[in-house]
Design a protein around this ligand. Structure first.
Ligand code: NAP
Ligand code: ZN
Ligand code: ZN
Length: 349
């Protein structure tokens, strides 16, 4: 075992501060990574603040990890020392169940092992994430990063990227579709970029009129202010697909009225109770509400390769780790353009 520096929270009310954590020895299947950048996902904040219950402390968040390979185990041939690699939201799963066999490790029947707050099979206790100097991960869960992408801005693809790419891909969004992305934050801004690159007509649906110009720059063809009832009426029954990234429970009925017959709204944001859904909102138009959780490892690599081809990265604000607590408050207030990424050198210095 080796000790590395990390940033963690001791309880739901505590600020994150520097702590030391243990990392395991490199086993034959492992890749040891020096973390260079780590994105700040709203899920990090939900976990630190125990919004979903069940958080284990200290929480060391971070599941949008980019780094350089420092060492590989004897059975690792796909990665070599010095490679730029990524790690997303999972670091293990059973690899044997139906979900795992179908490249849907996020739905592993034994439970996937989260990059943080998962059950650590090696050291016992729980896993610690990317707000740390180094991480050691089984080769199967390590991703290759296309060389042409700007390394500073690639980390958020590992969660915000795959979480939006996967449902757009699954529901086969493409040319001729009118797609709405609800909520312009970390996930939402990637949703616009992907839907645009897939050829859809993209509408940014936001509560923040001030984000309209950015939405268009990111690839939206139109902007719809969800609080404007008149504007919402004009778009009634017109969408082929909606991607809902709102991070809290809310009233989805107004959004359902935007869907065409048979169309789907996929929830990725609110992992908590929603306000009651009126049966009529679904029945009148045979509409669907669905959900989606990140994406499997194979699809995550496909997403990264798609980003390589289309030169897609995140719009980021780089921060030093000692400003992380302020950054959290800004994310909660919807004030981030559009993903914070921590320069992990700031933890080493
Ligand atoms: P974020 O950066 O905070 O963005 C969320 C955006 O939603 C905000 O910028 C805001 O956009 C809008 N919003 C916030 N509060 C709202 C409210 N009360 N009503 C309507 N809109 C509201 O968060 P994120 O990192 O994108 O994450 C979004 C959610 O997805 C989080 O809950 C996170 O835990 C979850 N998540 C899920 C998965 C998954 O696999 N399903 C993966 C990653 C994250 P506007 O200003 O444009 O309205
Ligand atoms: Zn995330
Ligand atoms: Zn499994």
């Amino acid at each position: 075992m080796s000790e590395v520096k990390a940033y963690g929270a001791a309880d739901p009310k505590a600020d994150l501060k520097q702590i030391n954590i243990e990392r395991r020895e490199v086993t034959p299947r492992d890749v040891k990574i020096k973390i260079t950048y780590c994105g700040v996902c709203h899920s990090d904040i939900h976990t630190v603040r125990n919004d979903w219950g069940g958080s284990k402390y200290p929480v060391v968040p971070g599941h949008e990890i980019i780094g350089k390979v420092l060492e590989v185990g004897s059975e690792v041939s796909d990665f070599k020392v010095g490679d730029t690699v990524g790690v997303g939201c999972m670091v293990d799963s059973c690899r044997e169940c139906e979900s795992c066999k179908h490249d849907l490790e996020q739905f592993c029947e034994q439970g996937m092992v989260g990059t943080y707050n998962g059950k650590d099979k090696h050291l016992g206790g729980h896993t610690y994430g990317g707000y740390s100097e180094e991480i050691i991960v089984d080769k199967y869960y390590v991703l290759s990063v296309p060389e042409n992408l700007d390394e500073n801005a690639v980390a958020p693809l590992l969660c915000a990227g795959i979480t939006t790419f996967s449902p757009l891909n699954h529901w086969k969004v493409g040319k001729g579709d009118k797609v709405g992305v609800i909520g312009l934050g970390g996930l939402g801004h990637m949703g616009i970029k992907f839907a645009h690159a897939m050829g859809a007509h993209v509408v940014m649906i936001t509560t923040s009129p001030g984000k309209a110009e950015d939405a268009k720059r990111l690839g939206a063809d139109e902007v719809l202010i969800s609080k404007n009832e008149e504007a919402m009426k004009k778009h009634a029954n017109s969408f082929d697909f909606l991607l809902n990234t709102v991070p809290v429970g809310h009233d989805i009925n107004p959004y359902l009225s935007l869907l065409k017959i048979d169309a789907t709204m996929c929830m990725v944001g609110a992992v908590e109770p929603l306000e009651p859904v009126h049966g009529g909102s679904l029945i009148m138009g045979r509409k669907n509400v669905a959900g989606s959780l990140i994406g499997g490892i194979k699809e995550t690599q496909e997403m990264l390769d798609f980003c390589g081809e289309h030169n897609i990265v995140s719009d980021i604000e780089m921060i030093d780790i000692n400003t992380i607590n302020d950054a959290y408050d800004r994310v909660v207030n919807g004030d981030v353009k559009y993903r914070f990424v921590i320069d992990m050198e700031s933890l080493r210095n």
